[in-house]
Ligand binder design. Structure first.
Ligand SMILES: [Zn+2]
Length: 212
């Protein structure tokens, strides 16, 4: 569902550009709003959420999809935790839908899906591992890296239930915006994948903006 925001980036409390292949790990307090902007189009932002108070409570794709009765995330979606509690609500979305079924890229999956020589290519799982190692104060560990959201990524489900990694539906300047319902840790890997169309074979920066 397309829904525009009336928040003004000039009045934001925080703005940062995240390069492709980099991570961004940051807390978002209850009531604050986070916007992720697909600056150049067709870029996947692989994202995890944890409760700031207790990171063992985390975003749950299964609970979120079951409760909303739809496999795509968009404006109106409440992102639920593994304890069934609302973590964030998507309040605006100019892309239209986002994936939470396709998972994140890893060096292991790259070798299985593409070829053995892809083993050394940078992948989202590496970025997350680096993020948790460099930000020990959040109390998140390798063990907590679980199922994620791929903002802006297009993984349509066919009529007979197949998953397809398709060319993106996002474009330069499209954004998704969400308001925290509890204090959360946001962990984004701006995907460096070059082997499928999730980044249009050309990984590019995204911008993160916070209000409140
Ligand atoms: Zn990736």
């Amino acid at each position: 569902m397309i829904k525009e925001s009336n928040l003004n980036p000039e009045q934001a409390s925080y703005r940062e550009e995240v390069l492709a292949g980099d991570y961004w790990m940051h807390e978002l307090k209850a009531g604050q709003t986070l916007r992720i902007v697909d600056l150049y189009g067709n870029q996947a932002a692989d994202t995890l959420f944890y409760s700031l108070a207790d990171p063992s409570e985390r975003y749950s794709a299964i609970d979120t999809l079951r409760e909303q009765g739809n496999v795509y995330l968009t404006a109106g979606t409440t992102l639920l935790s593994n304890l069934g509690r609302p973590m964030l609500e998507i309040t605006a979305d100019t892309c239209g839908r986002h994936d939470t079924l396709g998972g994140a890229c890893a060096t292991e999956s790259n070798t299985v899906r593409y070829s053995l020589e892809k083993k050394t290519m940078h992948a989202c799982r590496d970025s997350w591992m680096l993020a948790v190692a460099e930000n020990e104060h959040f109390g998140v560990s390798k063990r907590d890296i679980t199922h994620n959201i791929n903002f802006f990524m297009n993984v349509p489900v066919t009529e007979d239930g197949h998953l397809t990694f398709a060319d993106g539906i996002s474009e330069a300047g499209k954004y998704v915006e969400m308001t925290a319902k509890m204090d959360v840790i946001v962990l984004i890997s701006n995907c460096p994948q070059l082997n499928n169309p999730c980044n249009a074979y050309n990984p590019t920066p995204v911008e993160v903006v916070i209000w409140g």
